[in-house]
Design a protein around this ligand. Structure first.
Ligand SMILES: Cc1cc2nc3c(=O)[nH]c(=O)nc-3n(C[C@H](O)[C@H](O)[C@H](O)COP(=O)(O)OP(=O)(O)OC[C@H]3O[C@@H](n4cnc5c(N)ncnc54)[C@H](O)[C@@H]3O)c2cc1C
Length: 479
């Protein structure tokens, strides 16, 4: 049995947890971070490789939100969380959404200006910048198609540092906030999964966490019990695992409902020329944003094979020519909501998501627009992620996809999950107050993607870290 005592316990070491740990440790607090996954040296695996998926993703990268259609999703599970496996695309929360959320959820001190101050500091710490040099061919496809159609498009910044030789190094949490936390005295315990928080009454209508209980995997492979006693507990396990842990601990009010995803359809597009396949394009077509976002996906040989297989038609010829094939996507902000439910006796929660009819028609619109764009950029053959969806070679044939994209035939995925413990003062619609304190608990906070009140319509890491930094500052000012 391992017993640990600490001032602040941070559970989970991803975008939210690592930011929280660094800022609290640098302010002189005694911080212990527990992370279910292992420590993996940054750069140990080829990005987007099968080996990386096997070692650093939960369930080797394949999880699903059940529904009709189901939505496949992925979460990182290692020190640094999903930031170790993501594409590092950085996009601040759109100001109009921040304003709308402040009103809808009654969130105190939540304005674009107050968040921008934290975003700027994080951007300096993570070396957020644009790609040096020309756009790679996979991004140029998006720029060319948008220009031909007169659609708005934009190059994104990423959390990358570039060496004098042009070598790019993604600034993940294991390279940035985790070392900062350690340098300021924090302890990081990899291989430690918290199963349950033990709470006791702490005054009328209020409870207090007295211990976190779980299991620790030691370096020799043995597994033992783990008990941590802390003055303050901050749960940062991500939008699926955070509500699951709280529910396993008997904390259910406002927890686990309201899950938001960016449901995504894909097209494997074949071109006359060879494209680059090492990276995800830092470029996006914003003509239909925030309802529909269009961009490029990881497109190594395995990803191309999976995307071609999603079309459910013969694809041997396209796969043999995979260096000329690249995977592009259309992602929507959906009306739908989902739910995370911890089930007794099961290690993983049940995740469900119910797409509406208007979500399905928004996805079809996204697919058809994406097809138009790729043909305008010079693609010769399009394989949609719709089982039996016809392969398209001419704009006139795109109309067939409107009918083909049915709930039974759509193959959807996402890597953006949020909103399972929303923040705000409106207790009827949130699980935590304006700064992430879980309602009804004196020393329990959430500080990760779960707090984001709704789907951001953009890549979420920047918003997650910005809100986490804001809440860490509030914690330091009030405890
Ligand atoms: C493949 C992929 C690509 C993506 N691309 C981008 C992108 O380009 N740009 C962008 O902005 N966003 C991207 N995202 C999303 C972004 O990475 C996440 O939104 C963000 O990391 C969420 O932060 P978080 O702190 O909530 O959770 P995570 O970063 O997922 O961290 C949660 C951590 O908690 C740990 N944990 C869970 N349960 C327990 C437990 N019980 N005990 C101990 N530890 C636990 C997990 O193992 C994990 O390490 C991508 C995500 C994926 C998976």
């Amino acid at each position: 049995m391992t017993r640990v005592g600490t001032d602040v316990l941070v559970i989970g070491s991803g975008a939210g947890g690592a930011t929280t740990a660094a800022l609290l440790a640098e302010a002189g607090r005694t911080v212990t971070v527990v992370e279910e996954g292992p420590w993996i040296d940054p750069g140990a695996f080829e990005p987007f490789s099968l080996e990386e998926m096997a070692r650093t993703y939960r369930h080797h990268g394949s999880s699903a939100a059940l529904g009709v259609p189901p939505v496949a999703y992925a979460e990182g599970r290692c020190v640094g969380g999903s930031t170790e496996v993501n594409s590092g695309l950085w996009h601040r929360l759109p100001a109009e959404l921040v304003e709308a959320w402040r009103r809808d959820y009654d969130i105190d001190e939540f304005t674009p200006d107050s968040l921008d101050r934290h975003a700027e500091a994080l951007e300096a710490a993570l070396s957020v910048r644009r790609l040096p040099g020309d756009l790679p061919p996979s991004s140029a496809v998006l720029a060319r198609g948008a220009a031909a159609l007169g659609w708005r498009s934009v190059e994104f910044a990423r959390v990358f540092r570039y060496g004098p030789d042009g070598r790019a190094e993604k600034q993940t949490m294991a390279r940035t906030m985790i070392p900062r936390a350690v340098a300021a005295g924090a302890t990081i315990l990899p291989g430690c999964r918290i199963d349950r928080l033990v709470t006791r009454p702490d005054g009328p209508g209020s409870r207090r966490v007295v211990a976190a209980r779980g299991r620790r995997r030691h370096d020799d492979g043995s597994v033992g019990d783990l008990v941590i006693e802390a003055d303050h507990v901050v749960v940062c396990c991500g939008a699926v695992q955070t509500p699951a842990l709280l529910q396993r601990s008997g904390i259910r009010r406002g927890i686990g409902r309201g899950l938001k995803l960016h449901p995504t359809v894909k097209i494997a597009a074949r071109f006359p020329d060879v494209l680059d396949h090492d990276d995800v394009p830092p470029y996006r077509v914003t003509e239909f944003s925030p309802a529909v976002a269009i961009g490029g996906s990881a497109s190594r040989r395995g990803h191309v094979a999976l995307a071609l297989a999603d079309s459910g038609v013969p694809f041997a010829g396209a796969l043999a020519d995979w260096e000329r094939v690249f995977v592009y996507y259309a992602a929507i902000r959906s009306d739908a909501g989902g739910r995370v439910q911890a089930l007794p006796g099961l290690r993983s929660p049940l995740v469900t998501y119910r797409l509406t009819d208007s979500d399905m028609s928004r996805l079809a619109r996204g697919l058809v627009h994406l097809g138009e764009l790729l043909l305008a950029a010079g693609a010769t053959e399009l394989y949609p992620s719709v089982t039996g969806g016809p392969v398209v070679r001419r704009v006139d044939d795109l109309g067939a996809w409107w009918d083909a994209l049915t709930p039974a035939r759509a193959n959807l995925m996402t890597v953006h999950l949020t909103s399972t413990v929303r923040l705000g003062q409106d207790r009827t619609r949130t699980g935590a107050d304006s700064f992430g304190s879980v309602w009804g608990h004196t020393n329990l906070r959430v500080n990760d993607a779960s707090l984001v009140p709704d789907a951001p319509g953009v890549n979420p890491q920047a918003g997650v870290m910005t809100i986490a930094a804001r809440n860490a500052e509030h914690f330091l000012a009030t405890t």
